[in-house]
Design a binder for this molecule. Structure first.
Ligand SMILES: *[C@@H]1O[C@H](CO)[C@@H](O)[C@H](O)[C@H]1NC(C)=O
Ligand SMILES: *[C@@H]1O[C@H](CO)[C@@H](O)[C@H](O)[C@H]1NC(C)=O
Length: 392
């Protein structure tokens, strides 16, 4: 017979043991390897739930490592790399593990730049490479030759969502991904990791995104709507004109600031180029600057060139409208913020679209009615949706 006291003691102990093991499994020291292989040092890497175990043999400059991480999605990849020439991804010599035809494999890649990820030999010797997968965690085992008397190495690690035709697909660019690098001190001295850089860069990208969405993506279209529809109402003349001007001039000012942050970001990200987004951005800036000059060179309303000026001004305006919205979407794809931001923008732009359609209909009704009123009088004037030529 087990007495109640004993029963509760045993229960309490098992709960304690359970708790203890589950907590300690969150750190590298509790991780075990096949054949009871032991490594002299281990490290809980600060991002992407990854771990590194290693033994450094300085007598023959060899480093035996195990890197553990969960791939970003089930059929994704994990990677651990040494960068002999710099601190980031560009230039790193990577071991990447993923499932190929259902079998987990590890391959070596020379990542000379963000766009060139080539399966190749590395710039140092690697041997005894293999990978294992269990419980959603992949382990990469390898031995690498390190420079003689090395004390530190630049390490970079990463996880990605998928593999297409044997090639690892692009990983995300969240803070965690950007911060997945540091200096590995081989003898167990102070380890250092990338910290604020990813954060401040992300902040800059968000500022760039917000400025440009507000200017090219929202204010410009609103200014166009004002110019096209509000002036139909005679009572709104010349208020629509000042509204239009202030809307577009503030859009321009914010847009130029956003454009500047974009150029800065572009110049800071060596190796990554979003050519389409960049070129559209430059075109937008040039066209918008042209519009500002057009304002200054505007012929008087009754000048014979005024109609040409109108065609030109409207043409450039609509081009900016389309390119601006297009580039905002390209930007969303690059920055890849939480879905809700893109959805919010789609809602705003759809609402503006619906408002425009309604106003378009109202404008036609107003103009047609005006026309039929006028047609009973000697001179019919309003023959155009723009309806402005004959005012004042
Ligand atoms: C270095 O020594 C270790 C342990 O003795 C051995 O396993 C490894 O193969 C050696 N590496 C080289 C490059 O000779
Ligand atoms: C990696 O690629 C770069 C650029 O193509 C090249 O210069 C370098 O020699 C390559 N490294 C190795 C180890 O193949």
């Amino acid at each position: 017979m087990v007495s109640p006291a004993k029963f509760f003691l045993i229960l309490g102990l098992s709960v304690f043991v359970l708790l203890f093991t589950s907590v300690s499994s969150l750190t590298c020291t509790s991780q075990k390897f096949a054949n009871n292989q032991l490594y002299s040092k281990c490290l809980d890497l600060p991002s992407l739930s990854s771990y590194l175990h290693w033994t450094y043999d300085s007598s023959n400059s060899s480093l035996s490592v195990v890197f553990l991480a969960p791939p970003a999605q089930r059929d994704g990849w994990i990677s651990w790399a040494i960068n002999p020439t710099g601190t980031g991804m560009a230039g790193s010599q990577a071991l990447i593990a993923f499932k190929s035809n259902g079998v987990i494999t590890v391959k070596t890649y020379n990542i000379s730049s963000y766009t060139s990820i080539v399966q190749s030999k590395l710039s140092f010797d690697v041997w005894d490479m293999r990978a294992e997968e269990s419980d959603g965690l992949i382990k990469i085992y390898a031995k690498v030759k390190v420079p003689e008397k090395a004390e530190k190495l630049n390490q970079v690690w990463q996880v990605g969502p998928s593999v297409t035709a044997g090639r690892p697909d692009k990983h995300e660019f969240q803070t965690e991904n950007l911060n997945a690098k540091g200096t590995l001190s081989l003898n167990g001295g102070e380890q250092s990791f990338s910290t604020g850089e990813g954060d401040s860069r992300l902040k800059k990208k968000n500022i760039h995104g917000i400025l440009n969405v507000v200017s090219w993506g929202i204010l410009f279209p609103v200014g166009v709507i004002i110019a096209r529809y509000v002036r139909t109402f005679q009572s709104a003349d010349p208020a629509w004109f000042y509204l239009h001007i202030s809307c577009q001039v503030s859009a321009y000012a914010i847009g130029v600031a956003g454009w500047g942050t974009g150029l800065k970001l572009g110049s800071e990200s060596k190796g990554i180029q979003f050519t389409g987004h960049r070129n559209i951005g430059i075109a937008l800036f040039s066209l918008a600057t042209l519009q500002i000059f057009a304002l200054l060179l505007r012929p008087r309303k009754d000048h014979k060139f005024r109609s040409y000026w109108n065609i030109y001004h409207h043409g450039v305006g609509y081009t900016i409208l389309v390119l601006g919205i297009l580039n905002v979407f390209k930007g969303f794809d690059i920055l890849d913020p939480e879905k809700k931001w893109k959805s919010a923008y789609i809602i705003v732009i759809a609402a503006l679209g619906v408002i425009s359609l309604l106003l378009e209909a109202i404008t036609w009704v107003v103009v047609l009615r005006r026309k039929s009123n006028k047609s009973t009088k000697p001179y019919g004037g309003y023959n155009n949706v723009d309806g402005r030529q004959q005012q004042t």
